[in-house]
Write a protein that binds this ligand. Structure first.
Ligand code: NDP
Length: 257
């Protein structure tokens, strides 16, 4: 996706995977400083590990404890997270309807925090959180309440979450359930009303969760748009140019098969 974008923008740049171990992170970042490297993406499990080695980490990324994009400012390496804004951009016209809306997030990991933070910033009214490990959801709720004072955050179990679906405008599936073929849906959507928006962050296959939404005739999105837009935002930070979205989407869909 990034290489296709560089080509379309006539930049003689190359985006390469760098397969490193955790104890090589510092060396990799030192090398980045010395070599004419324009930037990098950071992926699982190093999104949090890189923070102490960067010269500057933007406020939102510091709150998330997660950096997915490194860009340069002179010799300095700066870190940010484009995941949250990438998610919002992937929503298209739904984004205009978020103000004071009510929704449910299933999951409380890194992606859930980035998306919940972005939704809170967009002015949603209330958010219910449900997670397999309740302590993790409680921690996320605390962090959200401290940062977004006007946001109502409720904690629910999975079975309670299924019952409150009729009160929700949207539901975001932010667990890793569905990554593997044959994974079940982490939530039943049987009680949902037809106006519910169903968003699954998983992007490389149609999950049981999303299939359920389709079968029930609910409007739904997968995580491809978020993946595309977080990458497009990285491209814009590195190049100062507008991302060639159409080219990037085509390359991304080709690589996802
Ligand atoms: P984390 O490991 O940080 O969090 C995983 C989440 O999934 C936790 O809430 C965890 O619950 C839950 N979970 C894992 N296994 C189970 C299970 N068997 N049953 C119920 N819950 C489970 O991962 P991330 O937050 O980084 O990623 C989550 C998902 O989001 C992934 O599928 C990833 O592919 C997707 N993603 C998509 C992006 C995109 O651009 N579209 C970007 C980033 C992520 P618990 O706390 O109980 O362990």
């Amino acid at each position: 996706m990034q290489n296709a974008a560089f080509k379309a923008a006539h930049l003689p740049w190359l985006y390469l995977p760098l397969d490193i171990t955790q104890d090589q992170v510092e060396t990799a970042l030192d090398l980045m400083k010395d070599l004419p490297v324009k930037g990098a993406n950071v992926t699982v499990p190093y999104k949090g590990v890189v923070l102490p080695y960067l010269d500057n980490v933007e406020k939102d990324a510091r709150w998330l404890g997660s950096v997915n994009t490194i860009y340069r400012s002179g010799r300095k390496l700066c870190g940010t997270s484009t995941d949250g804004e990438g998610f919002l951009r992937s929503l298209g016209s739904i984004r205009q309807k978020l103000k004071r809306s009510r929704g449910l997030m299933v999951g409380a990991g890194g992606a859930a925090k980035a998306v919940a933070g972005a939704l809170a910033k967009s002015g949603i009214g209330s958010l219910y959180l449900a997670n397999r490990t309740p302590a993790r959801a409680k921690q996320l709720a605390k962090s959200l309440r401290n940062r977004y004072r006007s946001l109502e955050v409720g904690l629910v179990s999975i079975s309670e979450a299924e019952k409150i679906l009729p009160n929700c405008d949207w539901v975001v599936q932010a667990t890793s359930v569905g990554l593997k073929k044959g994974d079940p849906s982490p939530l039943s959507l049987k009680r949902a009303t037809t106006s519910l928006w169903v968003i699954d962050l998983i992007y490389h296959r149609e999950t049981a969760f999303r299939r359920q939404a389709k079968d029930l005739g609910l409007r739904n999105l997968d995580g491809v748009g978020m993946l595309l837009h977080q990458g497009a935002l990285s491209f814009e930070l590195w190049t100062g140019k507008r991302a060639p979205l159409r080219v990037m989407r085509r390359a991304l869909l080709n690589s996802l098969g």
